[in-house]
Design a protein around this ligand. Structure first.
Ligand code: DGY
Length: 322
């Protein structure tokens, strides 16, 4: 019997086709999201489980895993929905799909920066509602990007790809990261490193969150730090909802102590806080940073390579915990 690979969500057709050729795979034809009970049933049966961000692989779920479950191959780069420590205790290998969605997610961050500072969503809503009466010298004014300060929190692959884009729009690049990046890279990105996140925040016109979600980055934009932002500053989030204190952000947006926010990710996806929906000074998209045909196929190919490598008896390249 070939090892059983269970895939929790519907994947791009070419990816599923290749999986069928290579593996003894159970696909999710109707894309019904797995409940906790479905996940428990899957970890009892599968040798390899292919998950996505919509699967909560908690310690409770993993405690029910049969000894045969050897690998969780996540379709996506973020693995905050998987209890990594429980997986390690059970010697379950976790892999993800880094590198192949970098450009797409950086594009999304740039799109949110442009869109929120130029009030794109607000303008489109007004136009569609038939409320645009006439061009006005003082109507729909936004913020020019050139010479403004962009502070990137998390200067990994996506942060760097965003810096490259933002530089060409004339933004001054600043960043905060666990470690300062090497000098040559810093120079090529024209990026200024800040050892103090608090100090950086006070000087920025735009702050973009590009760090991964870990216990260390939970609420890295806390209520106190949101309070440090300038009144004319914008917050952009394309990573995970939990890196921002969403309630504090909503209050700041309601009270206009900051200028606006461009958000692709939220605390309780897909349930968006209704207070966010009532605001004009936000641009909201439904977690679509990696949503291009190219990225989603490449993510699938990474999953296939990771699973195949593992089933062939080798260590997959994208192991999250070595
Ligand atoms: C990622 O790759 O982490 C995306 O957010 C989808 O999970």
């Amino acid at each position: 019997m070939k090892p059983l690979v269970i895939v929790t969500r519907k994947l791009p057709a070419s990816v599923e086709l290749r999986m069928k050729e290579l593996f003894n795979v159970r696909l999710n034809g109707d894309d019904k999201v797995f409940t906790k009970e479905d996940l428990i049933a899957a970890v009892k049966e599968a040798h390899v489980l292919v998950t996505t961000v919509t699967d909560e692989i908690s310690g409770g779920v993993l405690s029910k895993a049969a000894p045969d479950l050897k690998m969780i191959a996540n379709y996506g780069v973020g693995v905050d929905h998987i209890d990594l420590m429980s997986a390690r205790d059970k010697r379950i290998i976790i892999t993800n799909t880094p590198g192949v969605l970098t450009e797409d997610t950086a594009d999304m961050a740039m799109l949110l920066i442009l869109g929120i500072t130029r009030r794109m969503s607000e303008g489109e809503k007004m136009l569609r509602a038939g409320k645009w009466k006439i061009w006005s010298p003082i109507g729909m004014l936004g913020m020019r990007l050139r010479d403004k300060n962009l502070g990137i929190i998390g200067m990994g692959r996506i942060g760097q790809a965003l810096a490259l884009r933002a530089k060409t729009f004339g933004l001054n690049i600043h960043y905060y990261n666990r470690q300062q990046i090497n000098e040559d890279l810093e120079k090529s990105l024209c990026a200024t490193y800040w050892a103090s996140l608090d100090q950086m925040i006070t000087q920025m016109n735009i702050i973009s969150l590009n760090c991964s979600s870990t216990p260390d980055t939970h609420h890295i934009m806390s209520r106190r730090r949101i309070g440090l932002m300038q009144k004319n500053a914008y917050l952009i989030n394309t990573t995970r909802g939990d890196v921002v204190d969403e309630d504090a952000l909503i209050e700041a947006l309601e009270e206009k102590t900051i200028a606006g926010a461009g958000l692709d990710v939220y605390k309780n996806e897909p349930n968006i806080n209704p207070r966010l929906l009532n605001l004009d000074n936000v641009l909201l998209t439904p977690h679509m940073g990696s949503a291009t045909d190219e990225a989603r196929i490449a993510m699938g190919e990474k999953v296939i390579i990771n699973v195949k490598t593992f089933l062939d008896g080798h260590s997959p390249g994208d192991r999250v915990l070595a």
